[in-house]
Design a protein around this ligand. Structure first.
Ligand SMILES: C=CC1=C(C)c2cc3[nH]c(cc4nc(cc5[nH]c(cc1n2)c(C)c5CCC(=O)O)C(CCC(=O)O)=C4C)c(C)c3C=C
Ligand code: FE2
Ligand code: FE2
Length: 359
């Protein structure tokens, strides 16, 4: 039954997961993911040869195996948590909440179709990419993809976008309070972020003369930082460490999930997990703030593989902090941003354009 009184709605967007544990479905997912030119940014033909000829055939069976170690009865953790988030928000906000994925299903247009079918007078939809930081391989590709479908299907509503919230005071407060629940005085706190190739950071530099030109580039003010993943994760880390009252020796930042041989952002998490015990950091607490929902990269790569590496190299205890998932303070913060949007407050809206528009 259509409801003509509703003029605003919300669309949550996450990364996506394989539709099942079958190698065939993992292949389909990996193909779509890695053929995204913002993820593997090589020229089309080379990318296709690499992805279809090498990465997908060799990686899919291993990925399927890895997913099988974290899969829940209801499905992929990332998908299940996204649905739980939608249910929790729907119970709290005055506007409809839909969800979609960047890879796999449901596609943004399927979610948008659903919205216009039920709410034909929609004037504005708030897209919430579920990433705190801007990276061309996460936030940018999600926004461009949603904008592509919005344009292609000529939906009658305006599509607004929540900005990256890596330095938002409320977000820092929520994340810090969450970490504080796990933190003990003798812990070393590792902030492990999803890595990206260094090349991506240079490509996203709108000044073309700042990012990675000197080792402290992320501390030197620049217009590039609005699009610089490295700058943004450093800021999140420092703001949280400050809130928690951590000294410089009590925490550090690293980058995980490297794929291929190109240089990615350093230091690498896998290497730091080997080294830390010998440096006297034997009791480790790990948080992964690049993700707001637990997924393969947190549950398998860090909590299973990372734990093994750390303990086999002399570590004594390894604790992992879950992502914000559906904790009440995170739901309350999303609710606050949605309420602001509904009341016409544009504070949290992204007023920039993606660096590159094409899908
Ligand atoms: C070139 C490769 C990759 C880049 C760049 C990249 C950036 C990036 N990814 C996330 C978030 C997630 N990635 C996830 C899985 C995943 N990532 C890559 C590759 C790149 N990611 C691959 C091949 C995979 C698939 C799994 C595997 O085979 O290892 C996930 C988990 C999805 C799930 O289903 O659980 C997330 C989430 C961000 C935020 C990011 C850039 C900052
Ligand atoms: Fe990834
Ligand atoms: Fe930078």
């Amino acid at each position: 039954m259509a409801d003509t009184s509703v003029t605003r709605a919300v669309l949550l967007m996450n990364l996506g997961s394989p539709s099942s544990l079958r190698v065939k479905d993992v292949k389909t997912y990996l193909h779509e993911f890695l053929m995204d030119e913002r993820v593997i940014d090589y020229p089309y033909l080379f990318r296709k040869l690499l992805v279809d000829g090498i990465i997908v055939p060799f990686r899919a069976p291993c990925s399927a195996e890895a997913y099988s170690r974290i899969w829940w009865e209801e499905g992929s953790p990332l998908v299940v948590i996204t649905k739980q988030l939608v249910a929790a928000l729907s119970a709290r906000v005055r506007v409809p909440v839909q969800w979609c994925m960047r890879y796999g299903t449901p596609r943004p247009d399927v979610a948008m179709d659903e919205l216009v079918q039920h709410y034909p007078n929609l004037q504005e939809v708030l897209l919430i990419p579920l990433y705190p930081h801007y990276a061309m391989s996460s936030y940018e590709t999600a926004v461009v993809y949603a904008q592509h479908w919005h344009r292609k299907k000529r939906y009658p509503f305006r599509l607004s976008v929540l900005k990256p919230f890596y330095d938002d005071a409320d977000y820092i407060q929520v994340l810090s309070a969450h970490i504080r629940n796990f933190l003990k005085p003798d812990h070393h706190l590792l902030f492990s972020y999803h890595g990206v190739p260094e090349r991506h950071i240079r490509k996203s530099d709108i000044t073309k003369q700042h990012c990675l030109q000197q080792s402290d580039c992320c501390d030197v003010p620049s217009a590039a930082h609005a699009f610089c993943y490295r700058h943004q994760v450093i800021v999140t880390t420092r703001l949280v460490a400050h809130q928690l009252g951590l000294g410089a020796n009590q925490y550090e930042l690293s980058f995980q999930s490297r794929l291929g041989r190109d240089p990615w952002l350093k230091p690498y998490t896998a290497q730091r997990l080997q080294e830390l015990p010998a440096e006297g950091k034997k009791r480790l607490l790990v948080v992964c703030p690049a993700f707001v929902s637990d997924c393969l990269e947190t549950l398998e790569e860090i909590d299973q593989e990372g734990r093994k590496t750390f303990l086999e190299n002399g570590g004594e205890s390894f604790e992992m902090i879950p992502c914000l998932n559906t904790i009440p303070s995170w739901i309350a913060l999303l609710q606050k941003w949605i309420d602001q949007f509904v009341s016409g407050d544009q504070t949290m809206l992204w007023n920039a354009q993606p660096i590159k528009q094409a899908v």
